[in-house]
Design a protein around this ligand. Structure first.
Ligand code: THU
Length: 131
């Protein structure tokens, strides 16, 4: 598990990624940053579309970017939004995290005040589907 400093560093990486969010329809910017099982760091932001349903969440963009660079397994993923309480990833993102999870995968849910909660994927997505 990460220590406090490492958690805050990963939240900072997600906050930096969030600056690139393309969220002109919802005005709700999201950033995500992950560390894989080889200690590589990747990040992403939400990207919306005029055809609203084509929008993609920050977590999934971070993961798909990481996969395209060879990432196999997520140790920790941080997600940041400007929410009162730490932002909780949507169900679709939970399932995508599950696809690249290991038995230790944790999610850092955070807000712009850097308030955060660390939760295990299994607690956010019990009985997740995997082939
Ligand atoms: N969004 C994310 O990026 N991650 C989440 O976990 C929840 C929602 C994005 C999708 C959309 O661009 C905006 O936030 C409003 O729903």
């Amino acid at each position: 598990m990460l220590n406090e400093k490492e958690i805050l560093n990963l939240i900072d990486e997600a906050i930096i990624a969030r600056k690139s969010a393309y969220a002109k329809f919802s005005n709700f910017k999201v950033g995500a940053a992950l560390i894989d099982d080889r200690n590589n760091h990747y990040s992403g932001c939400n990207v919306e579309n005029s055809s609203y349903g084509l929008s993609m969440c920050g977590e999934r963009n971070a993961i798909f970017h990481a996969v395209s660079k060879g990432m196999k397994s997520i140790n920790v993923i941080a997600v940041v939004g400007d929410t009162k309480n730490p932002i909780s990833p949507c169900g679709a993102c939970r399932q995508v995290i599950n696809e690249f999870s290991n038995e230790n995968t944790v999610i850092i849910m955070a807000n712009m005040k850097k308030e955060y909660k660390v939760v295990k994927l299994i607690d956010l997505l019990p009985y997740g589907f995997k082939l």
